[in-house]
Design a protein around this ligand. Structure first.
Ligand SMILES: Cc1ncc(COP(=O)(O)O)c(C=O)c1O
Length: 370
């Protein structure tokens, strides 16, 4: 299909604009160079080799993953310096050990002394050390020891003192930037997470512990604050695709969004003033819960259309106001959906169709599983 127009695809199909991907990736690389921090891009949004190559500038080094399936996939393709940024699951310690013994630098993350005990129970072979990041909660309210909890410093100390284990860094994810609207709010959260992380690093320094520090999310790294220059690393991921959610937060403009779902009109329902499309929740996901004025997605070029609801393989579309002009949407015609959350939408697709200016270039195949 190479060289053909997007309209040659069977739908629903996830299409990736490679020029926008490259532009988004390059902007993040330059932003981090200007700041003087190491970019450790997260792979969770796309989970492909091709996009990872674009994000790492071809180095195949210094990445974050959210599943062991991703870690193994990237290790199998010659990537190294991989951080598995997920509280180390006890059923997967052996697989983590195997990766630690195989790669130059495989790193795990934890936020509980029991996890440290699990690592100590499985010493690495050939004199290798477990490389551990301590997960800190600086207000995100998900994983991590609360930054102000004395247990956080105690755990850092315990990691440092444990035989066969070394404290590589402190990792705080500012997912709370997703509650922001506009650059000012994003930067306030970025500043707070940065300040709390740097204060924690000072506490460690006071007891003789030095290690790396990393914060990040797509909103905060799209609009970094000056103090982020004092961190060692940042770890955004979604920026390579962006999505409607990011444009509403203020991370990007809708122009920057690199992915779409193509869908076709498969039914007319004049008795309900609706039409049906071949994209259900298996094609775009239910993320966003239909809260947009246009429902579950933005229908490109048709601001008066709303993706109202979906079942597994059907979507219901209706006008925001007025009667539908069915002559504009004949059966078989294409509509283009801009996803609310590209990470969730990409997860629904076994392949991504890559194009440049609407001409197909090839396919990217993501890894799946945990
Ligand atoms: C632990 C962790 N680190 C980094 C990221 C990347 O952040 P973003 O998706 O905002 O780019 C995520 C995203 O969910 C995450 O969960």
């Amino acid at each position: 299909m190479e060289g053909e127009l997007l309209s040659a695809l069977c739908t629903p199909a996830l299409v990736v604009d490679v020029d926008k991907v490259k532009r988004n990736a390059q902007r993040m690389i330059e932003r981090c160079q200007e700041l003087g921090v190491q970019l450790r891009p997260h792979m969770k949004t796309h989970k492909t080799i091709e996009c990872a190559d674009i994000m790492t500038g071809g180095s195949r080094r210094s990445i974050v993953v959210s599943t062991l399936a991703e870690a193994c996939f990237y290790a199998d393709h010659g990537f190294d310096d991989i951080l598995y940024a997920y509280s180390v699951p006890f059923d997967k310690v052996e697989r983590c050990a195997a990766l630690s013994e195989r790669l130059d630098l495989f790193q795990v993350l934890l936020d509980h002394p029991d996890a440290l005990e699990q690592l100590k129970k499985r010493p690495l072979r050939d004199g290798r050390q477990w490389h551990v990041w301590l997960k800190l909660d600086c207000g995100n309210g998900r994983a991590g020891v609360l930054h102000s909890d004395p247990e956080a410093v105690r755990l850092a100390q315990a990691i440092t003192e444990a035989e066969g284990v070394q404290l590589t860094g402190v990792y705080a994810h500012c997912g709370n930037t997703y509650n922001c609207k506009g650059v000012e709010q994003i930067q306030a959260v970025a500043q707070e997470t940065t300040s709390l992380t740097l204060q924690f690093m000072e506490k460690l320094k006071a007891i003789g512990i030095t290690c790396k520090s990393s914060i990040g999310s797509t909103p905060s790294c799209s609009h970094p604050v000056k103090d982020m220059a004092q961190l060692s690393e940042v770890h955004p991921g979604n920026y390579v695709f962006y999505d409607v959610q990011q444009s509403l937060i203020g991370s990007c403009s809708l122009e920057d969004v690199a992915v779409r779902v193509l869908t076709r009109v498969i039914g007319h329902c004049p008795h309900r003033n609706q039409l049906l499309i071949d994209c259900g929740w298996t094609g775009i996901s239910l993320d966003g819960a239909g809260k947009l004025p246009t429902g579950y997605a933005v229908i490109e070029g048709h601001p008066n259309l709303k993706l109202l609801s979906m079942t597994q393989e059907h979507g219901r579309v209706e006008p925001i106001s007025g009667p539908l002009d069915y002559s504009k949407y004949p059966l078989g015609s294409l509509l283009t959906l801009i996803p609310y959350h590209s990470c969730a939408t990409a997860m629904m697709h076994p392949v991504y169709h890559v194009h440049s200016e609407g001409r197909l270039l090839g396919k990217w195949t993501p890894t799946r599983g945990w």
